[in-house]
Design a protein around this ligand. Structure first.
Ligand SMILES: NC(=O)C1=CN([C@@H]2O[C@H](COP(=O)(O)OP(=O)(O)OC[C@H]3O[C@@H](n4cnc5c(N)ncnc54)[C@H](O)[C@@H]3O)[C@@H](O)[C@H]2O)C=CC1
Ligand SMILES: O=C(O)[C@@H]1CCC=N1
Length: 271
């Protein structure tokens, strides 16, 4: 992939996951810059040979690509001073949840080239999942660059319509937390039953990893069949799944994802 000069505005959890993932894939540190008012955040990147700054305007001016990685609540306060920068020849990438292309255009009127991305933190271990959206008028080479950037740290998909970004947030951005919560619950149960914490974690995380790898490496087998292949009639798994069914796991997951989508839609109006 091309190595354009990228300035990250905001060096928090998600920026770190993408940046460390990129470094691992050989993206040159001297082509990356991180701007964050928090010195301890800047130190994390400086320690990896990345230029850091607390001056968003200066850092944006020197970039070919500016990647907005601040909280949605901060977006307006961060963007208004950035109106001093001419974005017309830069690529602007925003990973913020719930901030629409229109809102980004309003906040940074000179920005002609914008890609919205919903990534997730597994980018850190090159296992990210990102949904991308851009206006159909965006130049193909800029779309290709944005895609290659995120593809360097995981899988990507382009959305046909921007409104789908809310659903992608429920499916990629937020979803690692669902799986962590599930693993936490399993670990807790094991610990309550007397299994050592580390062993409980190993059992849970290796099983989760194995299940995900089986799903990935057998795309021709449905997830239902993968589940059924574990489930002997009258056996142990069936006993566990019966409890999930009785407690309404499917409905609970639907409700949780719907809440995620609804909050994203609400945040779109707020910020
Ligand atoms: N954490 C996640 O798993 C995901 C987060 N996102 C999106 O990524 C964005 C960042 O989220 P996180 O990294 O989780 O948040 P975070 O709170 O870890 O990082 C935000 C960073 O912005 C910095 N910041 C605050 N004011 C600033 C300013 N004026 N200029 C520059 N930097 C400033 C903060 O010091 C902080 O380090 C959000 O918009 C979120 O919606 C998207 C997908 C997944
Ligand atoms: O929880 C959030 O709002 C952000 C967006 C997706 C993941 N984290």
């Amino acid at each position: 992939m091309q190595h354009k000069f990228i300035t990250f505005i905001g060096g928090g959890n998600m920026a770190q996951a993408i940046i460390f993932g990129l470094l691992q894939q050989g993206y040159p540190a001297h082509k990356l810059m991180v701007c964050d008012p928090n010195p301890s955040r800047r130190d994390i990147f400086a320690a990896r040979g990345i230029m850091v700054s607390d001056n968003n305007i200066e850092a944006a001016i020197r970039a070919e690509v500016v990647l907005l990685a601040v909280k949605p609540q901060m977006m307006e306060a961060v963007c208004l001073p950035l109106q001093a920068v001419d974005f017309s020849h830069k690529l602007l990438i925003s990973i913020a949840a719930a901030i629409s292309l229109q809102r980004l255009h309003d906040l940074l009127p000179s920005a002609a080239n914008i890609v919205r991305v919903m990534p997730n933190t597994p980018a850190l271990v090159s296992a990210g999942m990102s949904g991308l959206f851009a206006a159909p008028s965006l130049a193909q080479d800029l779309k290709d660059f944005a895609e290659a950037l995120l593809a360097a740290v995981g899988k990507t998909c382009w959305l046909a319509q921007e409104s789908d970004m809310h659903k992608i947030t429920a499916a990629s951005g937020s979803s690692p937390a669902y799986f962590f919560a599930f693993m936490e619950a399993m670990q807790l149960m094991l610990m309550d039953s007397g299994i050592d914490e580390n062993m409980a974690r190993l059992l849970v995380q290796q099983s989760a990893l194995g299940a995900a790898k089986m799903a990935e490496q057998n795309p021709q087998i449905s997830l239902s069949l993968l589940r059924e292949n574990v489930t002997s009639k009258g056996g142990t798994t069936a006993a566990a799944l019966a409890v999930f069914n009785r407690c309404g796991l499917d409905d609970m997951v639907k409700q949780a994802m719907a809440a995620c989508i609804a909050r994203s839609q609400e945040m779109e109006k707020l910020f």
